[in-house]
Unconditional design. Structure first.
Length: 393
DNA sequence: GGGTTGCATGTCGCA
DNA sequence: GCGACATGCAACCCG
């Protein structure tokens, strides 16, 4: 799959310490805000009917919730009229991946695959428009961290492009037997069809091995807000042998519009980065559920975190879940500490990924003997953009 | 009695 | 202070 890196010159550097706080905030917001709107733009521009066009009548009948859902398909992102309008007006890359994790080191391996400067004009500075400030702002822990291998695996050999949407670490209750996966509100509202009734609607999701699941996407009234959940996820979670602390990822196949659910084992994330070793269970079934699919890309994704755990560990995952002595809070702390380590590493790496926004000349500031380049505008972070070609190239 | 469902409540992080 | 989220728990259902 061809890749491009927007406006990234590895040789150029951006002086991170010189970033003003507001610029960093701007920067992240621009990244974050880009995704949902970009997707809507895809739909509007490409006339993408999502998966509805070829979906089961049963599913169609369930999509009574909203006319927009019927038009755009299950995977429609929710966007307010104003947001939609703003997006249409915007100049975005039609196939730009969804929110880029600011310091996601798993993109690291992709970044040197080439630079295609020909697309610079598509997304000015590679940044989504910056209006709708604060809207659709996803917490960093929900930013998807996909490697190119992961993306390729999900999209398979088809011409589909995969759009990372978000990811979520499974809590104890998510991975429990109740079968309810609490969805981050902003993610749910951004990437799932809008629902007006608590009953919600069925949502068809394809897992990483192509198996399709139907979850009930719904919400509960919660104070004056909503709490979005996916119900009926237990079979899927058990099938994937997930447990609390693991991460499920949501992405979307374009142009089909299919929601794709992947996962990442918590225990393999850090270890895999150190080991750089692929493991697969003895029976040929990797822990991500890719059973005997031949040389699956999962099997070679050393850095992706999609690394199989030992088969015994996998088999005992349910028992372990019950016997886990880690409280959810302490587990969360532990995991977030791991993220901090990851963040530190990636920040160093990110130094090489940042470059100043064009048309900005830095002012040199000397602080304690060190020279810093100070920019008024936020840096541009190179990121892998998957682009698809149509019939005419 | 066990499982499921729907809501309430506590905690935490962010503005 | 408020919103989001994790989880507790009571009500309900079903075998």
């Amino acid at each position: 799959m061809p890749y491009e890196v927007d406006r990234l010159n590895a040789g150029e550097r951006f002086s991170a310490p010189s970033l003003e706080k507001r610029n960093l905030e701007d920067f992240s917001e621009r990244l974050i805000n880009g995704s949902p709107r970009n997707h809507l733009w895809d739909i509007v521009e490409n006339g993408n009917a999502g998966i509805i066009g070829d979906e089961q009548p049963q599913l169609l009948s369930s999509l009574r919730e909203d006319i927009s859902a019927q038009q755009f398909g299950i995977a429609i992102p929710y966007a307010s009229p104003s947001e939609s309008k703003g997006q249409i007006e915007g100049s975005v890359n039609p196939v730009q991946p969804a929110p880029l994790p600011l310091f996601a080191k798993r993109f690291h391996g992709t970044l040197h695959k080439g630079v295609d400067s020909s697309v610079d004009g598509q997304t000015r500075n590679g940044r989504p428009r910056i209006d709708a400030r604060g809207k659709s702002q996803l917490l960093p822990r929900y930013w998807p961290r996909f490697t190119d291998e992961e993306l390729q695996q999900i999209s398979g050999n088809s011409n589909s492009v995969i759009k990372p949407l978000f990811e979520k670490m499974l809590s104890a209750s998510d991975a429990g037997r109740i079968g309810r996966l609490v969805l981050p509100k902003k993610c749910a509202e951004a990437y799932f069809p809008p629902i007006s009734q608590p009953e919600g609607l069925p949502l068809r999701v394809q897992d990483s091995k192509g198996k399709e699941w139907i979850f009930q996407f719904r919400f509960w009234p919660n104070n004056n807000s909503r709490m979005y959940v996916l119900e009926g996820v237990t079979p899927c979670i058990q099938n994937m042998q997930l447990q609390a602390g693991d991460t499920v990822t949501f992405s979307r196949l374009e142009p089909e519009g299919k929601l794709v659910m992947g996962f990442r084992k918590a225990s393999s994330t850090s270890q895999s980065d150190q080991d750089n070793e692929t493991s697969q269970t003895g029976d040929g079934v990797s822990a991500n559920g890719d059973a005997d699919l031949g040389p699956s890309p999962w099997s070679k994704v050393d850095k992706s975190g999609y690394i199989a755990k030992e088969v015994l560990e996998a088999k005992s995952s349910i028992k372990k879940r019950k016997s886990s002595t880690l409280g959810s809070k302490s587990k969360r702390l532990r995991i977030e500490n791991e993220d901090m380590i990851e963040l530190k590493l990636t920040w160093e790496e990110a130094q090489g990924l940042l470059r100043p926004a064009p048309d900005h000349v830095p002012s040199i500031v000397v602080i304690e003997g060190f020279e810093f380049e100070e920019y008024e505008d936020a840096p541009v972070l190179g990121k892998p953009t998957i682009f698809a070609m149509d019939d005419v190239g």
